[in-house]
Design a protein around this ligand. Structure first.
Ligand code: BES
Ligand code: MN
Ligand code: ZN
Length: 498
């Protein structure tokens, strides 16, 4: 894989080759250090802007090839609109926009982290670097030949010019850990299911041990002993064995109850005996995006040594049709003792989560649980691809998720829960059935999960719309955005670290 750009920081200076990126506001104003470094080329920028009707609006840019007075191959001026309005996430976006203007043929680029009125703070420059890394990601490890007429791009080195190198480098540690973690989640989601099956996924999660995360893997006999028959039932038609992985990061006070993240890890979802139609079924290699996000968040917390106790738990299965696959009409007994009648074997995610939620709740007594799952096509019908569905039994937790979503741009929209919906999954033969019919499909799915969380504050994020075939943004050009890693990292940072 082309590993994406490497990012480093140094004090403001003029490069003698490569690409130079600078920022201006919507009055075409450049920062003082930028003007000083550009010297006579400053007038060139003004002339080119007039010629190209460039106004410095946020996201727009001006491209000068082989600019006179400068040794660089290219000078790019990126507009940042009104810098006074810029929030943390806007610096990430700006970094992505800057990275997007660097041609793939470039081997090196310098970005001057200066706003028109003043140098960016260490945090802002580090956020800029985060955006650069997110935008620079490509998943091309299975491409063996370069495109027609395109050289395989060289390793790109990005130098970000800053006012305070030492402070920026220290702010960069957490941002760089976050970038690694988002990219890890994207890699896991983009991997095909012949490579990333439950055992292999578990192996990759176990790599978090190097950061001091405790990792336990439950195999099928262990899960059967615990009575996790709903999860095991989903995987029983697959040649690949199921696994549950529990990761623990202890960065908080000893004995403080952990926050817990639970992920749906269906490495491939054919639908099982209730098989899916062929169109777009290949996307179901990403039906483990919830689990990928959980691994990403655990890595981010450990790498930045977050002062929190956190559990990450993922249920890893492959949902296949086979002679030993489960059937519609089958009834399984979950670890909680409650029974579920399988109406549709394609409603498998909730079966996996039912057992993992109960396991985490009873074994780890968490202060809260948040699950992430590509759970229903219905959430895409309701919300499209820009908001994930949020279901919660706790208003405070829901509000915090909404706020963290606004702060990071990984936004969530709250959906209802209630007894009217709950009764839609009562079954003739068992305690409940695994589908509630077409209407309110995301809600009845959430109601099933709600039956496995006891009284613990809990939120469920249905990420079927946001995680796969993600909207193309300044910080993501990949099929998967690694949605949720930034959201949960920020949630912990803003509310659960002491
Ligand atoms: N993994 C799918 C949901 C999904 C669909 C995610 C499209 C991403 C894109 C899930 O397991 C599923 O099949 N859900 C069914 C539930 C139904 C059978 C009640 C669905 O949404 O159709
Ligand atoms: Mn399914
Ligand atoms: Zn699924």
């Amino acid at each position: 894989m082309a590993d994406g750009p490497t990012v480093g920081f140094s004090s403001f200076s003029l490069p003698s080759s490569g690409v130079l990126v600078v920022f201006c506001d919507d009055g075409l104003k450049l920062g003082p250090a930028t003007r000083r470094l550009l010297g006579p080329a400053t007038t060139l920028v003004a002339r080119a802007a007039a010629a190209d009707r460039f106004k410095g609006k946020s996201g727009s840019s001006l491209d000068l090839v082989a600019p006179g007075d400068l040794k660089v191959a290219r000078l790019v001026v990126v507009g940042c609109g009104k810098p006074a309005d810029m929030k943390r996430k806007d610096f990430v976006k700006l970094g992505g926009a800057a990275m997007g203007k660097i041609p793939s043929s470039a081997a090196s680029a310098t970005i001057l982290a200066e706003l028109p009125n003043k140098a960016m703070t260490a945090e802002q420059a580090a956020d800029l670097g985060l955006g650069v890394r997110l935008r620079g990601y490509r998943f091309d490890r299975y491409k063996t030949k370069p495109k027609e007429g395109e050289e395989k791009p060289a390793a790109l080195k990005i130098d970000i010019g800053v006012a305070d190198v030492a402070r920026t480098r220290s702010a960069w540690q957490a941002r760089s850990a976050l970038a690694d973690s988002v990219l890890l989640a994207r890699d896991l989601i983009n991997e095909p299911a012949n490579v990333l099956y439950p055992v292999e996924f578990a192996r990759r999660a176990a790599a978090l041990k190097r950061l001091g995360v405790a990792v336990d893997v439950l195999d099928v006999p262990a899960m059967k002993r615990l009575g996790m028959n709903a999860l095991v039932g989903v995987g029983q038609g697959s040649a690949h064995e199921s696994r549950t992985v529990i990761m623990r990061w202890n960065g908080g006070k000893k004995d403080a109850a952990p926050v817990a993240f639970i992920g749906k890890g269906v490495c491939f979802d054919t639908g099982g005996i209730s098989i899916k139609p062929a169109a777009n079924m290949e996307d179901m290699k990403g039906d483990m995006a919830g689990a990928a996000c959980v691994v990403g968040v655990m890595q981010a917390l450990a790498a930045r040594k977050a002062k929190v106790n956190a559990i990450g738990a993922i249920g890893l299965v492959e949902n296949m049709p086979d002679g030993s696959a489960q059937r519609p009409g089958d009834i399984v007994k979950t670890m909680s003792g409650q029974t579920i009648e399988i109406i549709n074997t394609d409603a498998e995610g909730r079966l996996v989560l039912a057992d993992v939620l109960h396991y985490v709740n009873t074994k780890h007594k968490p202060r809260l649980m948040i699950d992430l799952a590509t759970l229903t096509g219905a959430i895409m019908v309701a919300l499209g691809q820009d908001y994930a569905g949020l279901f919660a039994n706790d208003d405070k937790l829901a509000d915090r998720l909404v706020k963290a979503g606004q702060a990071t741009g990984e936004r969530v929209w709250r959906m209802p829960l209630g007894p009217e919906y709950d009764k839609m999954i009562d079954s003739k033969f068992a305690d409940m059935k695994n589908t509630g019919g077409r209407w309110g499909g995301s809600i009845t799915a959430a109601q099933l999960l709600a039956r496995f969380v006891g009284k613990t504050p809990w939120a469920h994020l249905d990420i079927a719309g946001t995680a796969l075939g993600s909207p193309q943004t300044e910080t993501n050009k990949s099929w998967s955005a690694g949605w949720g890693v930034q959201l949960l990292d920020r949630l912990v940072e803003d509310y659960y670290e002491k």
